[in-house]
Design a protein around this ligand. Structure first.
Ligand code: DC
Length: 226
């Protein structure tokens, strides 16, 4: 059987982590896990159920009622997130969720809940997981760690295009301030803030095409598998 490794991709919001993670998972026949989707689904549950997430007890009880799962959709060829039996892959991409998710993801109990499940998913290796703390906290011993970055103006432009296709009423400034605020909270929170792991390879894709970034990452994988 061929060697299987764990690949982690961390970095700032909207710098193309999921695109690269999907490219690699498809090329290698690995499982792709979007850890951000888990924090988004938890945020959706909290909002829908009016959970006061500043109250530790309420958070603990709410988490006991959350079951997260990933299901492969053969149509989109992607694994999609399931919250208590409901496919919420598309609902969680809304700006309403993006506006709250960093606060929810900073909560200690929420992080323990998500990280424990993420670590289980890596048991058999053969996985590409993207997020903010995957190379530092979830899989500190991963064989390949990539830290992605891109100029903030490019990142805002990319995310704005994505949102605008779904909602033409959205403004550039709304997207920009959401991205800046999330990056600030994600990298300044107390528990596992966004950091580059010491042994991570930095990939700045500001001036790169999707093909170019894939080529670089694939070369790194091949070196690890050699
Ligand atoms: O990758 P994303 O934008 O979908 O992630 C949504 C939020 O979830 C992000 O702003 C911070 C949080 N997150 C996190 O704290 N840790 C992770 N491993 C992944 C995401």
């Amino acid at each position: 059987m061929s060697k299987k490794i764990i690949i982690t991709i961390d970095g700032w919001s909207s710098c193309g982590k999921s695109t690269l993670a999907k490219q690699l998972a498809t090329a290698l026949g690995y499982v792709y896990i979007d850890s951000g989707a888990m924090y988004r689904a938890i945020t959706l549950y909290f909002l829908r159920n009016h959970i006061d997430w500043t109250d530790e007890k309420e958070v603990v009880i709410a988490l006991e009622n959350i079951i997260l799962d990933f299901q492969f959709n053969p149509k989109t060829q992607q694994s999609e997130i399931i919250l208590n039996g409901e496919n919420v892959e598309y609902v969680i991409r809304d700006l309403v969720i993006a506006e709250k998710v960093s606060d929810v993801a900073a909560i200690k109990q929420v992080r323990s809940f998500a990280v424990a499940q993420q670590q289980l998913m890596g048991n058999k290796k053969g996985i590409v997981m993207d997020g903010r703390d995957i190379g530092t906290t979830v899989f500190p011993k991963a064989e390949l760690k990539i830290f992605m970055t891109a100029d903030s103006s490019v990142r805002v432009e990319r995310r704005f295009k994505e949102f605008f296709e779904k909602n033409p009423n959205i403004t550039f400034d709304e997207v920009k301030s959401n991205l800046e605020l999330r990056d600030y909270i994600d990298s300044n929170r107390e528990i596992s803030p966004l950091r580059k792991a010491n042994d991570a390879y930095v990939l700045d894709n500001t001036m790169m095409s999707m093909e170019e970034q894939f080529k670089i990452a694939k070369k790194l994988v091949d070196e690890k598998l050699a």
